[in-house]
Design a protein around this ligand. Structure first.
Ligand code: BGC
Length: 754
């Protein structure tokens, strides 16, 4: 079941329908961002029907008091939320004194088109005899700048009086249920001839979390004449008017947003806003646009994945890369990648394990190593807070949070906060991944070990020894499959915990760190846990068992359900979901994927064949891991189905929840499915290898990767071509054969599974 409201096009997300029933979906799909700020594609003009207006600024958040009836020790005191920030896009348009309301008026000639190649959105509509064409972007050349230009022309041969009032509005709310109150207060505001600004601050909180100041400043250019300006409690505005006939007249709104994340106090935030806007006024629209477009072109030069023969697949991967880079391009080491980016409030916009498990592999290949190192450092900087989280649970070491802005856990569902501790392993895994991919052990030996040792200490304390079995166990957890809670011995969690202990010990052997005060007794305990960890396994099925009680469930495939039951999380009670065998996302298979070099192909096949049919993929993270494993197992049809699901998850609204925002952290999944799946790129044991296949419905695909100081281009059509575009020759494996890549290596395409 899917809903496709945008046309299929390789580079553009477009529609000519003002679709009121899917308005929120259209808004999510036309979101824009530049890593610093962004907004949903809600209309700037008045639209009085259902819509979700959302403007977000990276790293600006609010700690909302955790409210539960029965408080349990260890609960985080607050739930951190990305908050809807000052609405600086808003305009009110009047044609011949009638106010435009795109929900109510008869609108013709509607079109919306988001050009992913250049990061520019264009929206056209005709109302009351006047055509408006909006061009909008959040500059990637100047992060504080958002630009909107309306080109206005008569559509009926008559002359019309057009008035545009341009606002900055601080009276915004979160959609989120936890917020009954306003979380902004206006500190300062001024409207004057030629511009206006509002500085707003997040309201005080009792948790010691710093308040944020955001200042939005507008100025104008174009053919309209200013006739008024005004200010009220929450808003400032400037009004412009023009007689519009056959000649196009433009109205240009420039907004600069500065925050206390970059400047220390109100005066500095405002002064920076004034200076930047004055600076912007020296440059014309065309030049500002060109600088922005150029930024996007440079990104695509490395990142683009070209698919021939299937425009839907092509559009999917580009959409995902576009939205991912709109959220995070690694410029600011203080930031991370929120699951909804700048496209919605759900999931709080904070940092999850998604970054380490799903985003790090992509950034390793598509960005300079520094970007991934910044993501690792982000966690290192938060080590004291992770130690605090462990202490809150009465445990040693460091427990990285499930959801966070500062390192302090700020998710308030007990089964996630207390139990979904597998996340702590993913933080360690990313350090391994970085080290193995880049070949640079410097990070591991330094900050890496500081993080690893504390995570290892957590696991060593969290396991317990079962006398009866003579094994170490981990009880009371939630695995990646959140459709079961409070389970014992989740195979994935146990596997990851033991791996962390072993990896950390081996790294310490290589890079001793007396400064970390690790005793021999501690190391012996780690070794004992590694040697005696309990892993649920079934001899008859010969599969790893998801957790102790899993096989006692009413085991049946998703195909046994009626389509009306899906998605389960929208159709079934939570009780029914928890007791069912249906799996939200890769769980055992997440481990099989992470540790792919440990398991032989038959083991992978048995586990895949057992678990995949029970998996509903209701986490957007699920499909990519399944695509990768299916590809490795020669299951082309399944791999392609899973690719399509990850690539077009939002474009086709597969999980029926894209109206809340895009699944940003899952957007790496389509790239992973192509590169690690279809092309079978592996870096096991530090050797780069490929074993590509070409999906039947495609005629070709090609991508670039950065690898250890080289830039490679991999092209797959009737043959496989690997070109060394930059850097020194390198030893690879292609279809299991050693290859010394000097410039270009070509070989015949092998059939899948061959
Ligand atoms: C998934 C988690 C994920 C979170 C944020 C949940 O639905 O089950 O694994 O971390 O979404 O993307």
């Amino acid at each position: 079941m899917y809903t496709r409201i945008m046309e299929v096009d390789p580079w553009v997300i477009k529609s000519t329908t003002l679709d009121k029933t899917h308005k929120r979906l259209q808004e999510s799909l036309t979101s824009l961002g530049n890593g610093y700020m962004g907004a949903r594609g809600s209309f700037e003009e008045r639209y009085s029907a259902d819509s979700h207006l959302g403007t977000y600024i990276a790293g600006v958040w609010f700690p909302d008091k955790t409210r539960v009836g029965w408080w349990k020790n260890g609960y985080p005191k607050y739930f951190g939320k990305a908050i809807n920030a000052v609405n600086f896009g808003k305009v009110a348009i009047f044609v011949d004194n009638q106010e435009v309301d795109l929900a109510e008026n008869e609108v013709s000639g509607f079109s919306v088109a988001l050009d992913m190649q250049t990061g520019v959105l264009r929206r056209t509509f005709t109302v009351f005899g006047v055509q408006f064409c909006l061009t909008k972007f959040f500059s990637v050349a100047q992060k504080e700048l958002a630009l909107m230009r309306w080109d206005v022309v008569s559509a009926d041969g008559k002359s019309h009086h057009v008035k545009i009032e341009s606002f900055i509005d601080a009276d915004v709310k979160n959609e989120d249920a936890n917020y009954e109150e306003t979380f902004w207060q206006v500190l300062n505001k001024k409207a004057f001839t030629g511009g206006a600004h509002i500085a707003a601050q997040t309201v005080a909180n009792p948790f010691g979390v710093p308040q944020f100041i955001v200042n939005a400043q507008q100025s104008f250019a174009g053919d309209f004449t200013e006739t008024a300006h005004r200010q009220s409690d929450w808003q400032v505005s400037n009004t412009f008017e023009a007689e519009v006939g056959e000649a196009v007249k433009s109205f240009e709104k420039r907004v600069v947003v500065t925050t206390s994340r970059d400047y220390e106090n109100l005066d500095a935030v405002e002064a920076a806003g004034r200076a930047l806007i004055a600076d912007m006024e020296q440059t014309g629209f065309a030049d500002l646009l060109a600088a922005h477009e150029n930024g996007w072109r440079q990104r695509w030069a490395i990142a683009d994945v070209v698919i021939e023969g299937n425009d839907a697949a092509q559009q999917g991967i580009r959409f995902n890369l576009f939205q991912l880079f709109s959220t995070y391009y690694g410029e600011d080491a203080r930031l991370n990648i929120g699951p909804k980016g700048f496209t919605g409030e759900k999931y709080g916009g904070a940092t999850y394990w998604d970054t380490e498990a799903y985003a790090v592999p992509l950034y390793l290949s598509l960005a300079e190593p520094q970007v991934t190192e910044n993501l690792l450092k982000y966690r290192h900087n938060q080590l004291p807070q992770a130690q605090h989280n462990a202490r809150e649970q009465g445990l040693a070491g460091a427990l990285y949070p499930m959801v966070t802005f500062t390192g302090i856990e700020c998710h308030n569902e007990w089964e996630i906060t207390f139990e979904e501790i597998h996340r702590n392993g993913a933080i360690a895994y990313a350090i391994y991944n970085y080290t193995n991919y880049t070949g640079d052990e410097g990070y591991l030996a330094g900050e890496g070990l500081e993080v690893l040792v504390e995570i290892a200490r957590f696991w060593a304390d969290r396991v317990h020894y079962s006398q009866r079995h003579g094994k170490y166990m981990i009880h009371g957890v939630t695995g990646p499959n959140e459709y079961e809670n409070n389970i014992n011995n989740n195979w994935y969690t146990n596997t990851l915990a033991a791996w962390v202990l072993g990896y950390t010990k081996a790294a310490l052997d290589k890079y001793p760190r007396p400064d970390l005060g690790i005793s021999e007794a501690e190391l012996d305990k780690w070794a004992d846990i590694v040697a005696n960890m309990y892993y649920p396994y079934d001899e008859v099925l010969d599969v790893f068992v998801q957790h102790d009680g899993f096989l006692d469930k009413d085991i049946r495939p998703v195909s046994a359900l009626s389509p009306d039951d899906l998605p389960l999380n929208q159709k079934w009670s939570w009780d029914k979901i928890l007791r069912s065998p249906f799996i939200k996302q890769a769980d055992v298979l997440q481990g099989v994927y992470f540790f792919g070099d440990r398991f032989d192909i038959d083991t992978k096949r048995r586990n895949f064949d057992f678990y995949e049919p029970m998996t509903v993929h209701e986490s957007s993270l699920s499909a990519s891991v399944h695509a990768i494993l299916a590809a490795e197992l020669g299951k082309e049809e399944k791999a392609v189905e899973m690719y399509e699901r990850t690539a077009r998850l939002d474009l086709d609204n597969y999980n029926n929840d894209t109206e809340d925002g895009l699944h940003i952290t899952s957007m790496t999944g389509s790239w992973l499915a192509i590169v690690q799946g279809f092309a079978q790129m592996k870096t096991w044991g530090g050797t780069l290898s490929f074993a590509p296949f070409l999906p039947q419905a495609w005629t070709a695909y090609a991508f670039h990767i950065n690898y250890r100081g080289r830039l490679l281009k991999v092209s797959v059509n009737k043959q496989v071509e690997i070109a060394l575009l930059k850097g020194s020759p390198i030893a690879l494996e292609v279809y299991g054969e050693p290859v010394q890549l000097e410039s270009v290596y070509t070989t015949a395409l092998k059939k899948q599974g061959a």
